[in-house]
Design a protein around this ligand. Sequence first.
Ligand SMILES: NC(=O)c1ccc[n+]([C@@H]2O[C@H](COP(=O)([O-])OP(=O)(O)OC[C@H]3O[C@@H](n4cnc5c(N)ncnc54)[C@H](OP(=O)(O)O)[C@@H]3O)[C@@H](O)[C@H]2O)c1
Length: 319
Amino acid sequence: MEHSIALVTGTTSGLGYAAARILAGEGWREIFATGRSLALVQESAAQLAAETKRQVFTPLELDLDKPSSVQSALAEIVKRGRPIDFLLLNAGMVPGKKRVLTAAGVEASQAPLIGHHQLTVGLLRANLLSPNARIVIAGAEPARGGVPLFSYTDVPAFAAKYHQGDRTAAVEALIRNGPNVKYVPNNAYADAKLIIAWWVAALARRLPSGMAVYAVSPGAATDTKVVRNAGPALKYLMIPIVNLIPGMNQTPETAARRYLQASKFGTDVSGQFFASAQGKFTGPIEAQCHPHLHDRASQEAAWQAVVKVSGIDLLSRHP
Ligand SMILES: NC(=O)c1ccc[n+]([C@@H]2O[C@H](COP(=O)([O-])OP(=O)(O)OC[C@H]3O[C@@H](n4cnc5c(N)ncnc54)[C@H](OP(=O)(O)O)[C@@H]3O)[C@@H](O)[C@H]2O)c1
């Protein structure tokens, strides 16, 4: 991929900031740096420019909870009229004890996917992704299971119990955290990242042939603000323990490099979820093979649920 134009969401801290800095170092010519507050993202962009000594950062206000904000960001990109080569959908959060719903009735840790879907489909419709564009979205290990304190929902079983087997309705219930969904913050996060892995697989089937999309877990990087809302068990128990175990934590820069590594992958692995090896949170990334991640009915249900909640669809390449 020619190092030309990238867009990174959530650059006001953590991995988005680190990724934007690395991209500048790698010679990208323009990097849209987004954040939900224009003042904060302008500040981050100025800091990035000072650190990297490169004037390549374009701050862009983008609150993924608000469709109007996504539309304004899209309008700004359309006005500039230059296609994006690397779309890094990094923004995300671990939700807190108190359940938060957006104005559109979406649970807060699910909301970034809805905004990212609106942004991605908007760019595709406007022909503003380059023919060989790479899309990377932040996943996380809880989506594959086996992470202490986090459990994802068995969607087929949940659909059978409450939605007459309709998985689209079941995924929509998880996105909205109801009906019949008990709010457990870490599980909401695991479900959000599982739905992301499914959405990626479904999007890959709909992209023009030169483009590719991957879900990528950056792995554990506790020196970010990701758990700012999290409960005490995660903040004061799990993370300090993980930090004590050699090889279980990494710098934000190392974590962010996983996104960039995936951006160089081919179309042959488009639609896959890359994460640490089983039982690990650092080290090399590998394509995840767990059967629930590859369940096509769940992948398509996730796509349809996201389409329904966001109100935006993309015509399928392989209908
Ligand atoms: N750090 C880890 O150990 C780890 C592990 C696995 C996966 N991840 C994933 O990596 C990604 C980055 O996390 P991080 O560790 O860098 O966390 P972070 O320091 O909290 O940064 C998250 C960024 O996302 C933005 N953001 C969150 N929700 C948003 C929304 N609704 N609209 C717009 N922007 C939003 C934040 O903006 P505000 O400051 O305005 O909220 C911030 O810029 C997340 O998707 C996270 O789930 C992280």
